[in-house]
Design a protein. Structure first.
Length: 150
């Protein structure tokens, strides 16, 4: 399942992405409310993270993608990545096993639908490589989570 959410600044981009997901028969769940001026990305991140189960992926959109990623990475087992092109979307899946794609609804991506859809599809369709060195590094991140009591 794909869990999707946005604050007010990411609302239009989220609607565009949902339309594309529907066209391409992806199943998704939108956990953000209808447009609310000035709502807090932290609240939507909380909705998204609470809904995520193992193997789910999420897409979270705020103005820059940055606040969402900072907040989401405080949650256990969430690996949120801000992606700005196909390359970052591909490698954050292959190397980091990122499970949340964070996008900036007020960045230049808002004016480049083809690039936006390429990022989303690459993120959703690329599997984690499973290579030993990446597993080792992810295990070190888990150790940090445990040490920090996350
Ligand atoms: C909202 O104005 C904006 O700060 C928020 O959407 C996001 O960009 C935060 O990182």
């Amino acid at each position: 399942m794909i869990i999707i959410g946005s604050d007010h600044a990411g609302y239009d981009m989220k609607e565009k992405i949902k339309e594309k997901l529907r066209e391409e028969n992806y199943e998704y769940l939108d956990v953000s409310p209808d447009y609310i001026e000035g709502d807090d990305y932290t609240d939507i991140v909380n909705n998204v993270c609470s809904k995520m189960r193992q193997d789910d992926k999420a897409i979270m959109i705020c103005g820059t993608g940055i606040g969402s990623a900072i907040a989401a990475n405080k949650y256990k087992k969430i690996r949120a990545a801000i992606c700005y092109d196909e390359y970052t979307a591909k490698y954050t899946r292959l190397h980091n096993d990122a499970n949340m794609l964070c996008l900036g609804g007020r960045t230049s991506l808002a004016n480049d639908d083809n690039k936006l859809y390429d990022i989303v599809k690459t993120f959703l369709n690329t599997e984690f490589s499973g290579e030993e060195r990446h597993v080792r590094r992810l295990n070190k991140i888990k150790e940090i989570e445990e040490k920090e009591g996350k």
